[in-house]
Write a protein that binds this ligand. Sequence first.
Ligand SMILES: [Fe+2]
Ligand SMILES: [Fe+2]
Length: 193
Amino acid sequence: MSGPDDVDRLAAILQAAYSGELAAGLAYRGHWRSVRGPDDRERIRQIEREEWHHRELVGGMLARLGKSPSPARERRARVVGHTLGVLCHLAGWLAPMYGAGRLESRNIVEYETAARLAAGAGWPEFVECLLAMAEVEWEHERYFRSCVERHRLGRRLSLWPAPPPKREIRDSFSREMGLPPTAPAVPLPLAGR
Ligand SMILES: [Fe+2]
Ligand SMILES: [Fe+2]
C-alpha cells in the first residue's frame, strides 16, 4: 500500500530533478558555446535540448501530483547553472567534460530511484518516462566519459565509477518489481536462418 509519505518522497525527488535539469540546461548552454570542435559542440547542444525536454516532462509529473517546483531549489539551480556555464569558458576543455560526466552518472541513478518511488507511490504511469530519461542520462554519461578518455591528460585521471550496462536500467527495475525481464531492444537473429 502506498501512503502520503511515498507521494511526498516522489515529489521531493521530482522537485530535485526538475531544478537539476534547469542547472544542467544553463550549464550546457555555456558549455557548447565554449567548445570549438563542431561535433562536440553539436552533441552538447543536443544534450542541452534533452535536459530542457526532461525538465518539461518532470514538470508535467509534478503538476499531476498537484505539487509545485521548490522555489529555493529553482533559485539555487539558476545560480549554479549560470556559474557553471560561465566557468566553462575559463576552465579549458577537459574539466567541464569531466564534471559533466560525473554529474550525469548521478542523474541516471536519480531517475532510476524516481521510477521505483513512482511505482511504490501508486503512479505506475510515470515509470516508463522515468526509465527512458535514465537511459538518456546514461547516453550523456557515456559521451562525456568518452571525451575524457580521448584526452591525453584525461586518460591518466581516475574516473568516477562506470555505470552498469544500459540494459540494467530496465532489467534491475523489472527484477526488483518482480516483473518478467524486458525484451531486448534489438531483436536477436533467429536460429537456423
Ligand atoms: Fe536530464
Ligand atoms: Fe543529462
